[in-house]
Design a protein around this ligand. Structure first.
Ligand code: PMP
Ligand code: GLN
Length: 381
C-alpha cells in the first residue's frame, strides 16, 4: 500500500457531510449551493443527452467549448487564448490539478504551497514526487509576504501551486500580492499552477485578475477553472485548463491517460453557459453577496468574530477572539452533534503548525437555510 494514501484520513468535507446527515444538521460545511443552478444550462445538458451527445468527444474537449472558453476569458479577464493550442477540457478542476502536477513535477522537485491549503493539494504533490515547501498564512489578513516567499523558494523550486480566490479563507489576492508572487516565479524560473476555480465568485465590485495576466507569467502559468463553480453546480465535473502550447502539450499527455475525456453533454451545456450575458454572472455575484452578508450579520449579531470574505462560497469566524486555546475541531464536532449545524474546521487545511481557531461556513444557501442555521447557533452563545 502506498503510505501517502494509506495514511490519508477521509477528506473533512465527506466527514462533515456524513455527520450532517447523521445528526440532521443544517449543512454549512461542504461547499455547494442549495439552488439547482441555471435552468437553461441544465436543459441544454439534458437536451444534448437526448440528441445523441453520448460518445467519446475529442480528447482536448469539444471545439465549441474550447472556442467559448477563449471568448469568455477574453471578455472577463482580458486573456488572449488560442482555443486550438491553449485550452483543454478536463473532468473537473481536480483532474486538471492532478494532471498538471503529474506532468510538471519530477521526483525531488520542490513545490511551494500556501497553508491553509485546499485538501487535495498535498497528497497530489507528494504522489507526484514533489517536496512541499509550505508558506503559512494567518488570520485575519492571510497576507503573503516577501519574507515568507523568500524562505520558501529556492533553486530547486519547480512550481508554485496557488489558489485565488482562496478556499477556505475567502481572500481574493490583488495586484500587489500577485506581482510579488510573479516576481519570485520569474526570478526562480518556476511554473505556477493557478487554481482559479472561484474566479467568478467575487464580491463588492472587485474585478478578478488571473496570475497568468501578470508580466512574465503568460508562458509559465497553468490556469485552472471549473464549470462546477462558474454555474454553481458542483457535481458537474468539467474543468478548463489554460496554458501556453509547450506546456499544454505535456499537460495533454497526463490528461489522455487520467480520464481522456469529459461527458459531452456537459461540455455542450458549459459551452452554452459561458456565453451567457454579463448579467447572469453579475447577478450570481449579487445573490451570493447578499447571502454572505445575511450570514455575516447574523453571526456578528450572535457575538461571533466574523472574518472578511471577498470571494468563494465561504466566510469564517475566529474563535480566538472569545476563547484562549480555541479548538476549531472540537467546536465543529460539538456544533454538528449538539446544535445541528455542520461547518468545517480550518485547521484541517494545514499540514503543520495549524491555526486552530478558525471555522468555515458555506453561505451559498437559501435565506431560510441560513436563518435556520442562525436560530440553532443562537443556542451556542
Ligand atoms: N480547487 C478548489 C480551491 C476548490 O475549492 C475545488 C472545489 N471545491 C476544486 C479545486 C475542485 O473543483 P472540481 O469540482 O471542478 O474538481
Ligand atoms: N470544494 C468543496 C469545499 O471546499 C468541497 C469539495 C469536496 O467535497 N471534495 O467545500
Amino acid at each position: 500500500l502506498n503510505p501517502i494514501y494509506a495514511e490519508l484520513p477521509t477528506t473533512i468535507f465527506e466527514v462533515m457531510s456524513q455527520l450532517a446527515r447523521t445528526h440532521e444538521a443544517v449543512n454549512l460545511g461542504q461547499g455547494f449551493p442549495d439552488d439547482p443552478g441555471p435552468e437553461d444550462v441544465r436543459r441544454t445538458a439534458a437536451d444534448a443527452v437526448v440528441n445523441g451527445w453520448n460518445q467519446y468527444p475529442p480528447m482536448m474537449g469539444l471545439p465549441e467549448l474550447r472556442a467559448a472558453a477563449a471568448t469568455h476569458y477574453r471578455r472577463w479577464q482580458g486573456l488572449e487564448l488560442d482555443p486550438d493550442a491553449e485550452v483543454m477540457v478536463t473532468s473537473g478542476a481536480t483532474e486538471a490539478l492532478a494532471g498538471a502536477l503529474l506532468a510538471l513535477i519530477e521526483p525531488g522537485d520542490e513545490v511551494v504551497l500556501f497553508q491553509p491549503l485546499y485538501d487535495a493539494y498535498l497528497p497530489l504533490v507528494k504522489r507526484a514526487g514533489g517536496i512541499p515547501k509550505l508558506v503559512r498564512l494567518e488570520p485575519p489578513s492571510w497576507s503573503i509576504t516577501r519574507e515568507a516567499l523568500a524562505a520558501a523558494f529556492s533553486e530547486r523550486t519547480k512550481l508554485v501551486l496557488f489558489n485565488n480566490p482562496q478556499n477556505p479563507t475567502g481572500v481574493v489576492y490583488g495586484h500587489a500580492e500577485l506581482a510579488l508572487l510573479a516576481e519570485f516565479c520569474v526570478a526562480f524560473d518556476a511554473y505556477a499552477v493557478s487554481d482559479e476555480v472561484w474566479e467568478h465568485v467575487i464580491f463588492d465590485g472587485v474585478a478578478f485578475t488571473s496570475l497568468m495576466a501578470l508580466p512574465g507569467m503568460r508562458e509559465r502559468t497553468v490556469k485552472i477553472s471549473s464549470a462546477g463553480k462558474i454555474f454553481g453546480m458542483t457535481g458537474w465535473k468539467v474543468g478548463l485548463v489554460f496554458a501556453a502550447p509547450p506546456l499544454m502539450k505535456v499537460l495533454s499527455k497526463a490528461h489522455q491517460f487520467l480520464t481522456f475525456t469529459t461527458p459531452p453533454n456537459l461540455q455542450v451545456a458549459v459551452a452554452y453557459g459561458l456565453g451567457k450575458a454579463d448579467d447572469y454572472f453579475t447577478g450570481m455575484r449579487a445573490d451570493l453577496q447578499r447571502s454572505r452578508d445575511r450570514l455575516a450579520q447574523g453571526l456578528a449579531g450572535l457575538g461571533f468574530s466574523v472574518l472578511p470574505s471577498a470571494g468563494t462560497y465561504f466566510l469564517s469566524i475566529d474563535l480566538a477572539a472569545h476563547t484562549n486555546g480555541a479548538d476549531d475541531e472540537a467546536f465543529c464536532l460539538d456544533l454538528v452533534r449538539t446544535f445541528g449545524v455542520a461547518t468545517i474546521p480550518v485547521s484541517a487545511f494545514y499540514a503543520q503548525d495549524a491555526v486552530k481557531s478558525v471555522v468555515r461556513f458555506c453561505f451559498a444557501k437559501r435565506d431560510e437555510t441560513i436563518d435556520r442555521a442562525l436560530e440553532r447557533l443562537a443556542k451556542v452563545t
